[in-house]
Design a protein around this ligand. Sequence first.
Ligand code: SAM
Length: 263
Amino acid sequence: MKNVKIDWEKLAVKEAYYSVTTNYKYRNENLSDEVKDDFFIEAKQYTERLLAVIRDHLVKDFAPKRILDFGCGVGRTSIPFSEIAEEVVAADISENMLKEAENNKALRGADNLKLMQTGSDISNIPGRFDFVHSLYVFQHIPASEGRKIIGQLLDKLEDGGVIALQVLYANELSCVKRVSYWLRVNIPGVKKILNLLRRKPWNAPMMQLNNYPLNSVAADLREAGCRHFYSRYTNHAGYKGLFIFAQKTRLGEENVTDLGEIP
Ligand SMILES: C[S@@+](CC[C@H](N)C(=O)[O-])C[C@H]1O[C@@H](n2cnc3c(N)ncnc32)[C@H](O)[C@@H]1O
């Protein structure tokens, strides 16, 4: 996790807006006040579509009051969430990302947004939430660590609350690229040597892209009391993922139509 933090601190200083989107439009050289406005308009449209999916498939009248945006980056989704909820807590491992999120919070008057730094333990996040959201975050955390955090996020979900969680499960990388990726992540020194061979600074940051075992994630959801979920496939330049929307079943209430005996 230490390497993940170091790399994200560097990415935040180098190209914060591009790093959270990998969209060239948001490279530093293109950033202006208008482009940043567009960045938040697109994010607002995304949050509206996300809530519509939840209302269509899980909770008809979903109107979350307390939202946790995990791995918030520069506050792209946290700020639009703050317009619809009473309180939003946005957490990130990177202090530099959080600094930029603080600037955006002040500029956009998101007074009900609380920004917090977290690491592998998120117990410093206070209270429980009726909506927990995480986009493009777990792919950057090794699955063994990430699954522990998913468990903690599920603990923070109110009964009846919804989690929207995006994870990767496969990619279309060639065999050579897969081996090179594995070596860079797992063998000390290889990342530095490959950086130099690619004519980059030896300490250039790396964006990890980790797959998650979906059978284990499904078991984690079940264990936490999420008895049903809805999901959508995602595909970002050959990195295949699932956006999982799950509701924690209310205590003492089986709010899913029982399938009964399956013939
Ligand atoms: C690709 S960005 C996405 C940011 C934001 N979710 C968005 O869509 O705009 C990934 C973010 O996850 C954060 N991150 C990586 N590992 C983390 C961890 N273990 N805990 C919290 N945040 C983490 C990074 O610092 C970065 O801000």
